[in-house]
Design a protein around this ligand. Structure first.
Ligand SMILES: Nc1nc2c(c(=O)[nH]1)N[C@H]1C(S)=C(S)[C@@H](COP(=O)(O)OP(=O)(O)OC[C@H]3O[C@@H](n4cnc5c(=O)[nH]c(N)nc54)[C@H](O)[C@@H]3O)O[C@H]1N2
Ligand SMILES: Nc1nc2c(c(=O)[nH]1)N[C@H]1C(S)=C(S)[C@@H](COP(=O)(O)OP(=O)(O)OC[C@H]3O[C@@H](n4cnc5c(=O)[nH]c(N)nc54)[C@H](O)[C@@H]3O)O[C@H]1N2
Ligand SMILES: [Mo]
Length: 760
């Protein structure tokens, strides 16, 4: 059987009579993910886009007025390519390449060659460049602030203290934001073996105690028998300050480590003790903010100091207002415990945020499809998409410099879904009408496709050949095509090769290679890098014939910052001081009132502490049955819906107050918009919280109500701070009631109106 590699694992497609009938699990995977089953009912469905499409209003010259609500006219590849090339040329001639937004953020599909972002960026670079986006939706705040604190992004997604040094070492594992196994189904680029569940259970078996700090009890595997502490969402910094206060005032802080390995503790301490602002950050102070008892904080702080303690922060905490602060405060707290660099101690972010976190990385990186370089310098922080479209020419701050939003006339998206990932989607829907032209490469009739003027329909991974490499795992997969492309859909590569040739740089784009030529070429480069590190791979023909190749890496497990701990003078950190910067003079020098030079508690823009009576804090976490919005129409995803809508979990006491019962359709409102959801009553959700995962395909009715449960119509589109400008999805307050009257039908899985006519 042929294997396919997805961001959620390896599976073996079973095809009968040209139809996909099953996705067989990999026997080699200890904890197979059923997300693969979403290919069923999705690959062949009326929701596949079968041929290129042009929006009706675009053809009539509506200037974007009906974009996102319009009918489409099917056309030929030749016609679509010609129309698009002409318009693109005109925009470049009038406004230059700075008028093109090609950030195109998104996860697309696994596979080294048909990687939509590499493909689109190579194409746009050859076309003269594009405005890009920087940082990720996952951990933008951490990406920007960590280098100021420790000089690199170590411990954010790579180079964490590996499981081998947690199992048998960590006595107390304190997980801010939990360790949700649902998220370990996934890793960008692919997963070979899902090993996090077993690693965590091995730690428990060897004596590790787990503390789950967060709004959901089931964010930690029940088998770990963890303690559950549920502070008010977005108040973790106050909790950490309360813990720090106990450590400092009870003589439990490791002064020797602070003296030898950090700078700025004195300045932080003045804030902690209230010397600078008159407010000592006592457990009682933290109690009023977090809703937790001060005794609990005292007890936890003492246990942390007594044990080998790992402090873990889920990325979700920094996808919140002032998201830089929990990261900075986490490192500060770990520095006070003085166990950074020791096996089982210190800090890490993203444990259980993806399967690869905690895997010791290979000592080399695999080759990627080359993108050339981008002559356009202008960029936006990834989450500032709505601001960019709404305020062209306006200035914005980012990490110590001032920049200006470009005036975008052409948006080109391939492999991402901003109508999934962006906050405040009703605003995005409104400002998305401003550019002259929107081009989208997408396999399915989801909201990003519907927000295009020209749609170039593309294949799914099992409809093409690719090279799969589970990035942090030594496993290469020959992803062989098992199905013919649906309709006239084409590979992203072939689409862009065709447009390149229309624009006159086809040869440069393809370098004369077809897809198999590229796979052979990229595989050859993989062999070269692997050999350099002492790993022999078979030649391409043998590999392709065998279908998979796995090798055992020889990697010495290393604790995060191990060398620096042993000898900070010989192995200084790449910070200005060479040490951990509890205070950063550089950040202080930026003069940002929303991100000063040391960890600080800020009241979030929206939280239970300032919300009106009856409000619930929305936790829009990652979906367990799919990856983001991908294949939401697939079998496994649909099986989890309640009355066809996104499940919305809340505590029975909150449901009782509102007359909501299990299975009811509920109306969820925020200051931005409203959507429907399907109620689940659960004692695993803290009172005061509504948990509704992301990923339901957008389904706005004429009044702007989302019938299906896309949480990003509710969320707040505010930057974390002027430092990182990261997204703040987890800072959102909502109001919930039982829907009155009959629930409207969900229309998310119905294709738009198509108007067949001859276009030339
Ligand atoms: N409220 C809230 N919002 C969030 C988050 C949150 O926690 N809360 N999390 C954020 C995070 S961490 C992330 S990473 C983002 C994720 O946001 P995205 O990465 O944008 O989400 P996906 O649904 O993975 O989008 C991928 C798109 O690519 C398409 N696709 C798949 N394969 C291919 C291909 O081969 N070629 C092409 N052209 N297209 C393909 C899919 O159909 C889909 O439309 O969402 C963010 N949004
Ligand atoms: N199945 C599946 N797995 C995925 C993904 C997916 O779409 N599907 N997406 C992947 C991606 S792109 C990413 S970036 C990672 C994201 O990984 P995370 O950022 O860890 O993901 P979330 O699921 O948003 O949040 C995890 C938990 O944090 C808790 N939390 C939220 N806010 C707070 C808070 O203020 N305080 C505390 N203490 N806890 C809080 C919530 O209980 C929530 O369930 O997941 C990856 N894994
Ligand atoms: Mo992410």
């Amino acid at each position: 059987m042929n294997a396919t590699l997805s961001h959620w694992g390896i599976a073996y497609p079973v095809v009968e009579d040209g139809r996909l009938v099953a996705m067989s699990p990999s026997e080699d995977d200890p904890n197979h993910s059923h997300i693969s089953d979403n290919y069923l009912d999705a690959v062949h469905s009326p929701m596949r886009i079968e041929q290129p499409m042009i929006r009706r209003g675009y053809l009539a010259g509506d200037g974007g007025a009906a974009r996102g609500e319009d009918a489409f006219v099917p056309t030929s590849w030749e016609h679509a390519t010609r129309v698009l090339a002409e318009h693109m040329r005109a925009i470049i001639a009038e406004s230059g390449n700075e008028a093109i937004f090609g950030g195109s953020y998104g996860w697309a599909s696994a596979g080294r060659f048909h990687h939509a972002q590499s493909q689109i960026h190579r194409f746009l670079n050859l076309a003269g460049g594009y405005v890009r986006s920087v940082n990720t939706h996952s951990h933008a705040a951490a990406e920007v602030v960590l280098p100021h604190i420790i000089g690199s992004q170590d411990g954010m997604a790579d180079n964490q203290t590996p499981w081998e040094l947690i199992v048998g070492h960590t006595e107390l594992f304190v997980a801010f934001g939990g360790l949700p196994l649902k998220n370990t189904q996934v890793s960008a680029g692919g997963v070979s073996r899902h090993r996090v569940r077993d690693q965590l259970r091995a730690a428990r078996a060897s004596g590790t105690r787990f503390v789950n700090i967060g709004p959901l009890r089931d964010d930690v595997d029940a088998a770990l028998d963890s303690e559950w502490i549920a502070p008010r969402p977005n108040t973790d910094v106050a909790l950490m300050l309360g813990l720090a206060y106990v450590l400092d005032t009870e003589g439990l802080a490791n002064r020797a480590f602070l003296d030898s390995h950090t700078v700025g503790y004195g300045s932080f301490r003045a804030y902690l003790l209230g010397e600078t602002d008159g407010v000592p950050k006592t457990p009682e102070w933290a109690s009023a903010i977090t809703g937790l008892s001060s005794d609990l904080m005292r007890d936890l702080a003492r246990r942390m100091a007594k044990s080998r303690t790992m402090l873990s922060l889920s990325w979700s905490l920094q996808r919140a207002d002032h998201g830089e602060q929990p990261v900075w405060m986490l490192v500060t707290l770990a520095a006070m415990l003085g166990q950074i660099g020791l096996p089982g101690g210190g800090f890490g972010t993203g444990y259980a945020g993806a399967n690869r976190v905690g895997n010791a990385p290979l000592p080399f990186s695999w080759p990627a499809f080359p993108q050339f370089s981008n002559p356009v310098r202008r960029f936006i922080p990834v989450a500032r998409l709505g601001d960019m479209l709404e305020h062209p020419g306006a200035p914005f701050d980012y990490n110590g410099a001032r920049h200006v939003y470009p005036d975008i006339r052409l948006i080109w998206w391939a492999g991402g879904n901003p109508f999934h990932h962006q906050q405040d989607l009703k605003r995005l829907h409104r400002v998305w009408k401003k550019p002259d032209l929107v081009v989208v490469q997408e396999p399915l009739w989801n909201a990003i496709a519907r927000h295009a003027d020209i749609i170039l329909p593309c294949t799914l991974p099992i409809e093409r050949n690719d090279l799969g490499i589970a990035k942090a795992e030594p496993h290469l997969v020959a992803m062989k095509q098992v199905l013919a492309p649906v309709g006239q859909s084409r590979n992203d590569y072939d689409i862009l090769a065709m447009v390149s040739s229309e624009l006159g740089f086809g040869e440069q784009f393809t370098e004369g290679r077809n897809d198999m030529d590229w796979l052979r070429h990229m595989y050859g480069e993989s062999v070269t890098v692997a050999v350099r590190h002492g790993y022999n791979l078979p030649d391409f023909e043998t590999f392709w014939e065998m279908g998979e190749h796995r090798f055992e890496p020889r990697i010495e497990p290393k604790a995060l910052m191990q060398d620096f701990r042993r000898n900070p003078l010989a192995h200084p950190l790449p910070t200005p001081s060479g040490r951990i910067e509890i205070r950063s003079e550089r950040v202080a020098g930026f003069g940002y009132d929303d991100c000063p030079g040391q960890p600080t508690w800020f009241e979030p823009a929206e939280w239970l502490g300032n919300a009106p009576e009856g409000a619930l804090h929305l936790i829009s976490n990652q979906p367990s049955r799919k990856l983001h919005s991908q294949l939401d129409l697939g079998r496994h995803s649909r099986d989890g819906k309640i009355s066809g809508r996104e499940p919305a979990r809340l505590h029975p006491s909150e449901a009782g107050k509102r007359g909501i019962r299990d299975g009811d359709v509920i109306l969820v409102r925020s200051a931005r918009g409203s959507c429907l959801g399907g109620a689940i009553l659960s004692n695993d959700v803290a009172p005061g919280v509504l948990q509704m995962s992301t990923g339901a395909w957008l389904d706005l009715d004429a009044d702007g109500l989302d019938r299906h449960g896309n949480v990003n119509v509710l969320t707040l589109d505010k930057p974390t701070s002027r430092l990182a400008q990261g997204p703040t999805a987890h800072t959102t307050v909502v109001f919930v009631e039982k829907l009155k009257g009959e629930a409207p039908e969900v229309r998310a899985f119905e294709p738009p109106e198509l108007e067949y006519r001859k276009l030339t």
